[in-house]
Design a protein around this ligand. Structure first.
Ligand SMILES: *Cc1c(COP(=O)(O)O)cnc(C)c1O
Length: 569
């Protein structure tokens, strides 16, 4: 499907911003992502390609992917390696870099993938790969499993990404203006930059540090993506030193990365001039978590054409031409005739129902609303909130029948997340005959598009204030699907009650307790009655989601902000 290009040198004459991310969702066939972080990275590059921003991206090849999810007869997640073949989509780079890891020399090769814009622009993406015959067998696996293995494995991956990535850019001859770290995984990059830009010994007075912190800080941008502690790597110094002894002197590293353990978030914060959270509330939360840093807020966005289904895309082409590259034009979507909006939605819903039938055999009813819920399955996302009171849920369905389509993967070591998947399958059996419900296995980008466009309502129930941004609700907005969500992350900025969607509860970050009751009330008294009894009113909310949210929460707007505030400062 993707076009393999001959070489990387056509990209090298332009000075670029290097974007580092552990995961990037490049295409549905390339399983180098686990969830929202990777999809955002992919959307970042797709928008950058549309805007012809001079960027180059660096990530790992993750040849065994994240994992392919199967659900067994008991409703439990089973994980399989998700192998992909880089040579089918990318071109081998004729450059290599070497590092000493755990006492062995490890060679890093790589692949060039080009993230293409429909208008012809392209962003080169370097997929780092240690699976080379020259390497020790265990080192060949360093770039195989995304977020796999133990702490030692993770440190090796992060050194390959940050230090190896920089070396590879240099080996290829890229001229760079700056570096953008998408999450802390790539923060070893800052140490490699400190070493590269160190003052020569002859310029130093005795005892003076060779490291030019202001110089490196000037070049770096850091985006933090989660206030969840588990999402931020902290490594024991002994382990880091054993694996990668080439670190700077320990005193300097501890000053930058924390006394007790190497905190990758802190390291990135200390060496980046521009740091940001991914929504206004998330920046506030991060300021409390890491006081003393000038934390900006650049609210996330999603890529217009990637996240708009064919039916709505055709409608926008007709009524708001140019929307792909200038999604602000969607603020004019109010002009699109109501019946055309509804018709496009009916088609998208039919596509989802077809997909559900093919995958699970379940036949959904086009005359009942579908509530959609899909995201990484992990505790703070609270997928079980809707099932807090089964009797109440059944009573609501008795009055206003509705259907549920759910999906999501749990990290293989997130036992709580896996229990949630099993619990959802138990609810599925419990609700049989009352609420038609399916869980689609192996959530990926294609399934996400089918769900965010085919559902009638997109549901999100995170534990405040832990949803840094959330992006699937933005994807839904591009397809005229309104969100019913807890007020956290981007929804604090996007929700206009009854106009773009609906809020569950208020914006008090400590008031999670009553959310289930408020979710039931909103469903029973507002959302479901509107769907059944006032189609014009419903379509007005669909239009509100498009014209007020899709027109703003898109990655073109997001990249204009990164370009003007962070890259070109
Ligand atoms: C958009 C997306 C996500 C992120 O969803 P959130 O609601 O923001 O958590 C995760 N996985 C896939 C495959 C996606 O497309």
């Amino acid at each position: 499907m993707s076009q393999v290009i001959k070489n990387v040198y056509e990209f090298i004459h332009v000075p670029r911003v290097a974007y580092f991310s552990m995961e990037i969702a490049l295409a549905n066939e390339i399983p180098t992502y686990s969830g929202g972080l990777g999809v955002l990275a992919g959307d970042t590059l797709r928008a950058a390609a549309d805007m012809a921003l001079p960027m180059v991206a660096v990530t790992l090849a993750s040849r065994a992917g994240y994992f392919r999810q199967e659900i067994d007869a008991e409703g439990r997640q089973v994980e399989h390696a998700d192998l992909w073949e880089p040579s089918r989509y990318a071109t081998r780079l004729d450059a290599a870099a070497a590092l000493s890891l755990d006492g062995r020399q490890v060679w890093i090769g790589g692949w060039l993938y080009v993230a293409r814009s429909r208008t012809g622009g392209g962003i080169p993406v370097l997929l780092l790969d240690t699976d080379l015959a020259i390497n020790d067998p265990q080192d060949r696996e360093i770039t195989h499993y995304l977020y796999g293995g133990d702490e030692t494995y993770r440190i090796k991956q992060e050194v390959v990404l940050g230090v190896g990535g920089l070396a590879m850019l240099q080996a290829l001859g890229f001229k760079l203006l700056g570096y953008h770290m998408n999450e802390g995984h790539s923060a070893f990059l800052t140490l490699a930059l400190l070493r590269r830009h160190a003052y020569p010994p002859e310029d130093l007075r005795p005892g003076e540090s060779p490291y030019n912190l202001p110089r490196v800080r000037e070049m770096c941008t850091f985006t933090t993506h989660t206030p969840v502690d588990a999402g931020q790597d902290k490594f024991p110094y002994e382990l880091v030193q054993r694996i990668y002894g080439d670190l700077l002197d320990l005193g300097t590293v501890k000053m930058l990365g924390g006394e007790d353990r190497l905190n990758m978030t802190r390291l990135a914060l200390n060496l980046s001039e521009y740091v940001n959270g991914v929504a206004k509330r998330h920046a506030e939360t991060s300021r409390k978590l890491f006081p003393g840093y000038a934390m900006h807020a650049v609210t996330n966005g999603v890529h217009s054409s990637t996240w708009t289904c064919l039916h709505f895309g055709a409608l926008y082409d007709q009524h708001v031409p140019g929307w792909c590259h200038e999604p602000e034009l969607l603020s004019r979507a109010d002009r699109i005739p109501d019946d055309k909006i509804w018709e496009a939605h009916v088609h998208a819903k039919q596509d989802l129902m077809d997909k559900v039938r093919q995958i699970t055999g379940v036949e959904l009813d086009p005359n009942q609303p579908i509530l959609g819920f899909a995201r990484r399955m992990t505790a703070y996302k609270r997928p079980e909130l809707l099932f807090a009171d089964i009797a109440r849920l059944k009573a609501i369905a008795g009055k206003w029948p509705f259907q549920l389509v759910m999906a999501g993967k749990a990290h293989p070591r997130d036992e709580g997340g896996k229990r949630l998947i099993a619990a959802l399958h138990a609810h599925l059996r419990e609700l049989a005959g009352v609420v038609p419900m399916t869980f689609l296995p192996n959530y990926d980008m294609d399934m996400a598009l089918a769900m965010v466009s085919g559902a009638d309502v997109w549901l999100n129930t995170p534990l405040r204030p832990l949803e840094a941004s959330g992006t699937s609700g933005m994807k839904a907005a591009f397809n005229g699907v309104p969100q019913l969500s807890v007020l956290d992350g981007w929804w604090l900025e996007g929700c206009i009650e009854g106009v773009t969607g609906w809020a569950i509860g208020d914006d008090n970050p400590n008031a999670n307790g009553g959310d289930a009751a408020m979710l039931y009330d909103k469903l029973e008294r507002v959302v479901l009655p509107l769907w059944y009894e006032d189609r014009a009113g419903w379509v007005a909310v669909m239009k509100g989601a498009i014209s007020k949210n899709a027109s703003y929460f898109n990655s073109h707007r997001m990249m204009r902000r990164y370009a003007t505030e962070a890259y070109l400062r």
